[in-house]
Design a protein around this ligand. Structure first.
Ligand code: G
Ligand code: G
Ligand code: NA
Ligand code: MN
Length: 253
């Protein structure tokens, strides 16, 4: 949030901020949601992508704090959009370890109530890796989120193990086709075939399909022809701060 960002940083470690990347319904061109992506504004290195930060954080209690911060920021942002009449859904990422206790689900329930945000405005993205680590506890957390009414997306679909079992057993609302397959679609017939099969499979199971990493119009066309529901990628927009998104949405319409 803006106020927090303008505060001086006594630790010198930089600031955490959320960026939002639009997700577009392929059939209508409508913006249906955004994915919240963490960014680290480093005092010397500038804006750093979260990959490195999250890898380090996951080794310690820091991840728990980061996730708390992400949930707070995203739910508060959803409340602002709702108040402004902007009808957006937001997805946030949680790490594998976040799902080993019910804490994140309790926090999400608490914040949704406190900010008066409808649970179906929020979606939580999980990766298949989460299920490998501790399937029973992870499933309990995911089920808790599902009962609250929060959507669950299976992220990076196609890169994990036993994907088909997860599709059947988890209370999912969406699968996100991993960008490694989408990026290759226009050049590689196998990648294109894999993406088409994933779209068909997810559709048959009643799940919304999101293609991530859509970088050009040819990829968008292939996805349209394949009946993919939603696209996300640089072809439409890069992840951006919430303040920038407002202007982007106005220009997009
Ligand atoms: O935005 P970018 O492509 O740099 O993200 C790199 C990785 O960091 C991706 O795997 C993404 O899922 C992950 N990531 C981004 N934001 C968050 C977050 O808020 N929490 C968690 N756990 N992972 C995130
Ligand atoms: O692991 P996850 O799927 O959450 O990672 C999402 C990451 O993908 C984000 O960090 C974002 O920066 C990145 N991303 C978003 N759109 C594109 C795109 O069109 N091309 C590529 N290469 N990366 C993208
Ligand atoms: Na994600
Ligand atoms: Mn992904």
């Amino acid at each position: 949030s803006g106020e927090r960002e303008r505060q001086p940083d006594p630790t010198g470690a930089g600031e955490i901020t959320m960026y939002y990347q639009p997700q577009i319904a392929i059939a209508t061109g409508e913006v249906v949601g955004v994915e919240a992506l963490l960014r680290w504004r480093h005092p010397r290195r500038g804006m750093v992508d979260p990959g490195e930060l999250i890898q380090v954080a996951e080794q310690s209690a820091v991840m728990r704090l980061l996730t708390r911060r992400v949930v707070d920021d995203v739910v508060e942002q959803l409340a602002k959009w709702t108040a402004a009449g902007t009808d957006l859904r937001a997805a946030l990422n949680v790490s594998v370890r976040d799902l080993h206790t019910g804490e994140v689900a309790d926090q999400i329930a608490d914040r949704l109530t406190r900010f008066g945000v409808r649970p179906d405005r929020l979606q939580v993205e999980i990766t298949e890796g989460a299920l490998m680590a501790d399937p029973r506890r992870v499933l309990a957390t995911i089920s808790q989120l599902h009962r609250i009414g929060v959507g669950i997306a299976l992220d990076d679909f196609g890169t994990g193990y036993s994907s088909l079992q997860h599709l059947r057993r988890l209370p999912l609302s969406e699968v996100k086709v991993d960008r490694s397959f989408v990026l290759g679609m226009t050049e590689d017939a196998d990648d294109a075939a894999i993406v088409r099969s994933m779209i068909e499979l997810a559709g048959a199971l009643g799940l919304r399909v999101v293609a991530e990493g859509v970088e050009d119009e040819r990829t968008w066309r292939l996805l349209h022809a394949a009946g993919c529901d939603v696209a996300q990628g640089w072809f439409y927009a890069r992840p951006m701060p919430a303040e920038e998104l407002t202007g982007w949405l106005a220009r997009y319409r």
